[in-house]
Design a binder for this molecule. Structure first.
Ligand code: ADP
Ligand code: MG
Length: 584
């Protein structure tokens, strides 16, 4: 390296033999050798410098040079490489040090985070952030009324104190998903004007034991500073589950968190101005200690909306949308039995999207219709099926529609279609759920039997039209649906000749609960009785369906013809055709 920097040599014009001659004639002052290089640097006495190619490991030049007293210098390339090596090792060392520093820094960050785990992550929503009001929550008047009282507890506690009454500490909102529990809690926050601490119960739980408990402590501490205020814990079942349940006897972290929550609920004094509101759709799995008086002693059920409620929710969600004057929301409320508030909000949103797609200015009935199809039936697909397959599907669907019309009235059939949708290949007969059943949750034996007959009607129609040996597996889903209902009728509800005996082989594995619940307690003999009964009921139902469709053969052919031409039969058309022809 130094060598090169000191001298610069011209490339050789001298040949090897010339070099030997030059050495002999004493014109050369010194020669520099490079180990492993096939050239030498030559310095002439007259000052000329030159690189001359030589043989590898050339001995002749060495001999000649020493004979003629030429300076011989071996350039030590080790020196260069060792210098390079030392640079490299210093570099490596530096990288190593930097890496260690980085690792240490990130672990210390991690450590400080681990120590700070207990710090509350609860999102603090102040009154300015919540613009939800009770007006935004429609169709749940009872729940809203009860909750309005909570606001009075907070704003005018004196009214209750003077009468010696204790203000309730906890309110539990119970109801199916999407009925507006979270929305109600937000409305209270919006209306009451007191601070509102909202947290999802799952946020309490971390990998580390004890973190959840300290978060609960933190949350309540914060609440006490802000009193009067509301704490809202969403989806409380994720920590409030019955303790000691689950495989292996439960989960330490969750149980500690729950214990802490129970302690805190007891801990703050009555009338301290804190009210805890929690929401869940699984009240059945909540720990009983959580539900006793003094904790979540008020339970408010938020039910699926009824006809009137659905209409109100639909109108709430159409407020900000340009709805055509011709749209009758009461009609759409009749078409959406069993829909939750969230489903209805989604329906109106989809309608607006359909409207935008068609670039029209206002939402009309046909937009809502396509949105309803999308929400209930799924997306249209372009699976093309053969005319023969279409015919089979059409008979299946019309068969179901006819039996449904006989059993539950013409109104029960919402729509028949043989257009394929994603999720299933065949067609679809949309049957409105029974309003009473949806709202009360009670199902009669008669209704269940009619459900089974409707489900098997596709098979019945095929049997009639194509013959016993030509049936297809088109109704496979309906058959398994029917079988499930029959099994429940026999083993759960006591609707069979076996009598009102619960014969469920419970599959819940709740080992930690103290005993193994899926232990079979049913005798083999009873099993075969159950199976016989299931087969029996199914066969009778199929026969009933066949009889009903045979009676309405003319109607069947007529509807199938229309369905094959138009692909869809709407409720109104169905009513018109069926009204005169249906034989009950
Ligand atoms: P959950 O009961 O599961 O907590 P949410 O309160 O989160 O349900 O409801 C989800 C959405 O559905 C809400 O943001 C709202 O748009 C709509 N929604 C649900 N119930 C109602 C209702 N009763 N009135 C108006 N909108 C509702
Ligand atoms: Mg919710």
């Amino acid at each position: 390296m130094f060598f090169k920097s000191n001298f610069s040599y011209s490339n050789s014009s001298t040949s090897y033999s010339d070099l030997l001659l030059e050495i002999d004639s004493g014109n050369i002052q010194s020669i520099y050798f490079f180990p492993r290089k096939r050239e030498v640097d030559v310095l002439y006495k007259n000052g000329k410098k030159e690189k001359v190619p030589i043989l590898y490991n050339d001995q002749l030049i060495l001999e000649k040079a020493s004979e003629n007293n030429v300076d011989l210098t071996i350039n030590n390339s080790r020196k260069e490489s060792s210098a390079a090596n030392s640079f490299a090792s210093v570099g490596l060392f530096l990288i190593f040090v930097i890496a260690i520093v980085l690792i240490l820094r990130s672990t210390s960050k991690f450590a400080s985070r681990a120590l700070g785990f207990g710090k509350n992550k609860a999102k603090f929503v102040t009154i300015d952030d919540v613009d939800t009001r009770f007006d935004d929550v429609a169709g749940v008047p009872e729940a809203a009324e009860e909750l309005k009282e909570v606001i009075t507890f907070l704003n005018q506690p004196k009214k209750f104190l003077d009468l010696g009454a204790k203000v309730p500490k906890g309110v539990l909102l119970i109801g199916p998903p999407g009925t507006g529990k979270t929305l109600l809690a937000k409305a209270i926050a919006g209306e009451s004007g007191v601070p509102f601490l909202s947290i999802a119960a799952s946020e309490f739980v971390e990998l580390f034991v004890g973190v959840g408990a300290s978060r609960v402590r933190d949350l309540f501490e914060k609440a006490k500073e802000k009193s009067p205020c509301i704490i809202f814990i969403d989806e409380i079942d994720s920590i409030g589950r019955q303790r000691g349940s689950g495989i292996g006897g439960g989960n330490d972290e969750r149980e500690q968190t729950l214990n802490q929550l129970l302690t805190e609920l007891d801990g703050f004094a009555d009338n301290s101005g804190i009210i805890v509101i929690a929401a869940t759709n699984r009240p059945d799995i909540l720990d009983s200690a959580l539900l006793r008086p003094g904790r979540f002693d008020r339970k408010i059920e938020v039910m699926l909306p009824d006809l009137e409620g659905r209409k109100k929710i639909l109108s709430v969600h159409s407020l900000s949308k340009p709805l055509s004057k011709n749209v009758d929301l009461a009609y759409w409320a009749t078409r959406t039995v069993g829909f939750s508030g969230a489903d209805l909000a989604n329906l109106m949103n989809e309608s607006a999207i359909h409207c935008a797609r068609e670039e029209s200015n206002s939402i009309c009935d046909n937009h809502i219709e396509s949105a309803l199809d999308k929400v209930t039936l799924g997306l249209r697909t372009s699976v093309i099926c053969s005319p023969n397959m279409k015919k089979i599907i059409a008979y299946n669907e019309v068969g179901r529609a006819i039996v449904s019309a006989v059993k539950n009235g013409i109104d029960s059939v919402d729509k028949i279609t043989i257009l394929p949708r994603s999720g299933y290949i065949g067609g679809y007969t949309k049957i409105n759920p029974d309003e009473d059943t949806v709202s009360s949750g009670l199902i009669s034996k008669k209704l269940l039997l009619s459900k089974i007959e409707i489900a098997l009607a596709g098979r019945a129609a095929e049997t009639i039209v194509f013959g016993k040996n030509e049936i297809t597996q088109c109704s496979i889903n309906d058959i398994s649906y029917a079988t499930n209902i029959v099994r429940e009728m026999v083993t759960k509800y006591g609707f069979s000749v076996i009598g009102p005996v619960s014969l469920e082989s419970n599959n819940d594995i709740l080992i930690g609960d103290g005993f193994l619940r899926n232990k079979s307690i049913i005798a083999d003999n009873t099993y075969s009785k159950i199976d016989n009964e299931i087969i029996n009921i199914t066969k009778i139902s199929l026969q009933n369906s066949i009889n009903l469709i045979l009676k309405n053969r003319i109607l069947l052919e007529k509807l199938v013809e229309i369905l094959l031409n138009k692909e869809t039969i709407e409720n109104k058309t169905f009513k018109k055709i069926t009204f005169d022809l249906l034989k009950v």
